[in-house]
Design a binder for this molecule. Structure first.
Ligand code: ADP
Length: 478
């Protein structure tokens, strides 16, 4: 199937150059997609630039109604979108349907937020002066999104940008352009005018990123992906002082204090660690368990994950889909081998599955390691795979120090029944999102984002729309 992922000025364009999209469960090609060139990227930015004055002048109520319609359409197509996502990204169908729901939630949330772009009046010290503050659309937005959540990472950027009155050029991940194409069809059908949203699919992201960062017509860059790429983009965008939002990597600690129920905590860890085969930036990457609870926790966690069926996300009953690529699989293997070489114990997993029908996909058996120490790669690096590394601790202050000892600062999880401990941990952990006895602290209504090298800015919530708005002050002498 040949598809175009080049949507510029309201038209789907064909090009001779194409690249392949593969099913990560089988390694088979499922489609070819247009490989946009530098002129295409520049034309997409021009189209967004031309569409900006009219779109940003529409009423918030008008933009809201279109986003609301897009929300309805996305929910109507939930099953088809989930099927497509499973095929190109690999996650099990039920998880894919949940993601479509989460993606649609942003359309609805920002349909509502569009109408709440309130300003303020500020009392002046001068009797003859009045201050008013308004928030205005920032301009053309360039967006770059990853493959791990190929629907929700797009709507989490596009919905607030459109609600604010911005126009957009999106480059989706080269592994998952098909979901992006379907989202654009939905938005187009919902009534987004020509030129307001533009899509460029490309096999090589570098020149597109470069064009986004250096074209003066782009006023804002929003990126979700790895920390090294985020830093590179922020640096390249800096000379023009473009506004940037960055959702980058994570290295989430998961802390189980001695007063917590270790069985309940282990059930939570089994769910959140193996979410999307461990390929989420909020997945726990270091599981700190009080020594007293170590045995009960490890037993429950390994018993739970031993039951998770590995296979194609399209098959009934599968809980663990493939990793995205051979490189991702090799990284997981290297981290596990490094840990066991340095003395970690393999409780379960630790290899590619033996069954021949899985041999052409990028599968890895869910793995639990104990005895993980600071000198191991897995203690420092984001894994992005189905490996749960367990570290024993004895003291509250020590564990908070160990949890904070990372350059990342996205998500953290704490299990305790003690209110003071919960509050102390919430305040002391240097992370943007903290789940207290809660493995799913995410919602369209809640600000998502990281501290330190996990990023800049927040997505979702009230904050999510502010990322696409400038604050303008009016001082009036009367
Ligand atoms: P991951 O390691 O999760 O694939 P990446 O940061 O490599 O994360 O990819 C996330 C997104 O960033 C994808 O859309 C990818 O195409 C894009 N990307 C990767 N490298 C660059 C780059 N040098 N410039 C612009 N975009 C890039």
């Amino acid at each position: 199937m040949s598809q175009t992922g080049l949507f510029v000025g309201g038209e789907w364009l064909q090009r001779a150059a194409e690249f392949s999209v593969y099913n990560p469960a089988t390694g088979e090609e499922i489609a070819t997609v247009v490989d946009a060139n530098a002129d295409d990227v520049s034309a997409a930015i021009d189209a967004a630039h031309q569409a900006f004055p009219a779109w940003s002048s529409t009423t918030a109520h008008h933009r809201s109604a279109i986003l609301y319609r897009a929300w309805q359409l996305m929910l109507e197509r939930k099953a088809d979108l989930a099927q497509l996502m499973s095929l190109e990204q690999g996650k099990p169908l039920r998880a894919a349907a949940n993601e479509v729901q989460y993606g649609a939630d942003f359309l609805l949330w920002f349909a509502e937020e569009a109408k709440r772009n309130y300003g303020e009046t500020i009392p002046s010290a001068r009797a003859d002066q009045r201050f008013i503050v308004q928030h205005q659309a920032v301009g053309v937005v360039a967006a770059i999104t990853p493959w791990n959540y190929p629907v929700s990472m797009i709507t989490r950027k596009l919905a607030p940008a459109l609600a604010a009155g911005c126009t957009v050029v999106l480059k989706p991940a080269e592994a998952t352009p098909l979901c992006a194409i379907e989202i654009f069809k939905i938005l187009q059908e919902a009534g987004i005018p020509d030129g307001v949203i533009n899509l460029v699919t490309a096999a090589d992201p570098k020149p597109v990123g470069e064009a986004f960062c250096t074209n003066p017509r782009v006023r804002k860059l929003t990126f979700t992906g790895s920390t090294p790429v985020g830093k590179l983009l922020a640096q390249t965008a800096a000379p023009q002082m473009k506004r940037v939002s960055m959702e980058l990597g994570g290295h989430a600690p998961f802390i189980v204090f001695d007063d917590a129920d270790p069985v309940h905590a282990a059930k939570g860890a089994a769910l959140v660690k193996f979410l999307n085969t461990g390929q989420a930036c909020i997945c726990p990457n270091r599981i700190f368990v009080h020594r007293k609870s170590l045995e009960a926790f490890t037993e429950t966690l390994s018993a739970r994950i031993a039951k998770l069926r590995v296979g194609s996300g399209l098959e009934e009953g599968v809980a663990i889909g493939p990793l995205v690529s051979e490189a991702a699989l090799a990284k997981v293997e290297a981290q596990v081998n490094d840990a066991t070489d340095k003395g970690a114990q393999l409780v379960c997993g630790g290899q590619r599955p033996a069954s021949p029908e899985l041999s052409s996909g990028y599968f890895y058996t869910p793995t639990v390691l104990t005895g993980v120490t600071e000198d191991m790669l897995i203690y420092r690096q984001e894994t992005f795979g189905p490996v749960a590394p367990i570290i024993a601790f004895d003291d509250d202050d020590d564990v908070i120090g160990m949890a904070n000892d990372t350059t990342y600062g996205l998500a953290a999880y704490v299990y305790t029944q003690n209110l003071s401990r919960a509050m102390r941990s919430f305040e002391a952990l240097n992370f943007g999102i903290i789940g207290i006895n809660d493995i799913n602290p995410t919602s369209a209504a809640a600000p998502f984002g990281g501290m330190k090298e996990s990023g800049l800015g927040r997505e979702g919530a009230r904050e999510g729309m502010m990322e696409y708005l400038e604050t303008k002050l009016g001082g009036f002498s009367i």
